[in-house]
Design a protein around this ligand. Structure first.
Ligand SMILES: CC(C)(COP(=O)(O)OP(=O)(O)OC[C@H]1O[C@@H](n2cnc3c(N)ncnc32)[C@H](O)[C@@H]1OP(=O)(O)O)[C@@H](O)C(=O)NCCC(=O)NCCS
Length: 136
């Protein structure tokens, strides 16, 4: 599998991958926002391709205090081949080099497979509640 950084032209195929993976398309997932995210986080917005088809994604943001992981997804027919763990390990290493000491992410409550994935690669559930607000 080829792993490279996101290009804005990937955005439609990425959103299709996320939709097929049960990832809700949310604020931040339009072309402009994805391009901004990639520009702010060089080397931390990765896509995986097989035979030119976009089959995986993993994004990390570094805000100077925490690393945040987003949209780790692998197309359904290519799962359980170690693709996600490979992408996450790459991002962890790049965050570590930037000085990041702790990585956070959000898992939706109904994502049992995702919970098993994260637990198997060393992520622990926190006793915290996520709050959010959409800025108009
Ligand atoms: C979660 C997801 C990214 C895992 O991708 P993947 O490439 O299949 O994962 P890997 O092959 O790297 O799995 C690594 C390990 O995680 C665990 N794991 C992964 N998926 C699992 C599942 N469905 N059930 C149980 N354990 C699982 C296993 O221990 C696995 O190692 P093994 O295959 O040797 O047993 C993929 O299932 C996916 O895209 N799901 C939908 C989107 C999603 O929920 N993303 C997470 C958002 S928080």
């Amino acid at each position: 599998m080829e792993i490279r950084e996101f290009r804005v032209s990937d955005a439609p195929a990425l959103r299709a991958l996320w939709a097929r993976s049960g990832i809700r398309i949310r604020p931040g997932d339009d072309d402009v926002s994805l391009g901004l995210f990639a520009a702010r986080n060089p080397g931390l917005f990765l896509v995986g391709l097989e035979e030119q088809e976009l089959v995986a994604s993993a994004l990390a943001g570094w805000d100077g205090r925490r690393g945040w992981l987003y949209h780790v997804a692998v197309s359904p027919e290519r799962r359980r081949r170690g693709i996600a763990v490979r992408l996450v390990r790459m991002l962890e290493e790049r965050l570590r080099v930037l000085g990041c000491k702790k990585v956070n992410l959000i898992v939706w409550e109904d994502s049992a497979d995702a919970m098993r994935f994260w637990a198997s690669i060393g992520y622990q559930r926190e006793r915290a509640i996520e709050l959010s607000k959409v800025l108009e």
